[in-house]
Design a protein around this ligand. Structure first.
Ligand SMILES: Nc1ncnc2c1ncn2[C@@H]1O[C@H](COP(=O)(O)OP(=O)(O)OP(=O)(O)O)[C@@H](O)[C@H]1O
Length: 289
């Protein structure tokens, strides 16, 4: 039995007359302490897949299970970090993280709570912004608060939906290393969505592409067997990295091309007629008796 499983999961939205099937027959088995990266194109259903794993949405068909039990609702064992940060605007950086930590660790004393929150704020290099409100922060800073909040709750499973997409390359590299360090030290299980093949190859044990929707599903997976720790500075000289990166990229590009070729041409051919019935009457056509 896998630790975290999606078993023939399908989900769609909308009424029967105008329904979009977003995910169809998705199967995913994640082992405990594994790091899985899901990559896919925009709009293919990646966030929907994350919401299903987090228990925020229930599938129309199939089951999502943690330790063999069906996930029916969100809970502290599953920590999700959303793409859109979802911070409370009236609370400071400290307040946003504190609120989440209090819910998971209600027995923390005031000083334990403060120390814990400050530790995670420090980890994402936001100590100088501790008392700032979300509107005073850049997109990248908000993303870091959101990451710190998820990590501070110490969930068994980290569900990261494009956690680093709003960051500049340098900050992104620092936080990639930080996520790997936390994953290795605390022995968490991670499912991370990314559209960056380099990032997936650097961080994950396995890369699973999501096909292009509608009715997207998980495609042939790519195991990442490179030894850890992975040397970021020399990755582009590592033949294993380059080979895997090229294979994944080729697969994604091929899938995109195939989907464009298969796309039905919905253009309606209009008959070649002139709508003269709607023309205003000309002077000569008006007959006065
Ligand atoms: N609650 C909903 N109601 C109706 N349609 C939805 C809902 N949630 C998602 N969808 C549709 O499902 C499809 C997939 O959306 P989703 O956000 O999962 O994609 P994504 O791969 O995460 O996209 P992006 O990378 O652009 O964030 C889209 O067509 C979206 O409009």
């Amino acid at each position: 039995m896998a630790y975290l499983e999606m078993d023939n999961v399908s989900i769609g939205f909308g009424p029967p007359s105008n329904r979009t099937e977003v995910l169809t027959d998705v199967n995913l088995s994640v082992e405990e302490n594994e790091f899985v990266a899901v990559i896919g194109f925009s709009g293919s259903g990646k966030s929907t897949l994350m919401s299903l794993l987090a228990g925020l949405q229930r599938p129309d068909k199939g089951e999502v299970r943690l330790h063999g039990s069906v996930i029916e609702e969100p809970g502290p064992r599953l920590g999700i970090m959303f793409q859109n940060y979802s911070l409370l605007p009236w609370l400071s950086v400290f307040g946003n993280i504190e609120l989440a930590v209090k819910q998971v660790f209600p027995k923390f004393t005031a000083s334990e709570l403060k120390k814990h929150v400050e530790h995670y704020v420090e980890m994402v290099s936001l100590t100088p912004a501790l008392e700032k409100k979300p509107h005073e922060l850049s997109g990248g800073m908000r993303q870091r608060v959101s990451l710190a909040r998820t990590l501070a709750m110490k969930p068994e499973v980290l569900l990261l939906d494009e956690p680093l997409s709003a960051l500049d390359a340098l900050t992104r590299a620092v936080l990639q290393d930080e996520i790997i360090r936390i994953w290795e030290e605390d022995k968490r299980t991670v499912v991370m969505i990314t559209n960056d093949v380099d990032e997936a190859t650097l961080m994950a044990d396995r890369i699973v592409p999501l096909t292009i929707g509608p009715s997207a599903t998980l495609a042939q997976e790519f195991p990442v067997t490179m030894e850890r720790p992975r040397d970021r500075a020399n990755l582009n000289k590592n033949p294993e990295f380059m080979k895997l990166k090229n294979s994944v990229t080729r697969f994604m590009v091929g899938m995109n091309k195939e989907s464009k070729e298969l796309r039905v041409d919905n253009t309606i051919q209009m008959p070649d007629i002139k709508p003269y019935d709607f023309m205003p009457p000309t002077r000569t056509s008006v007959v006065v008796k």
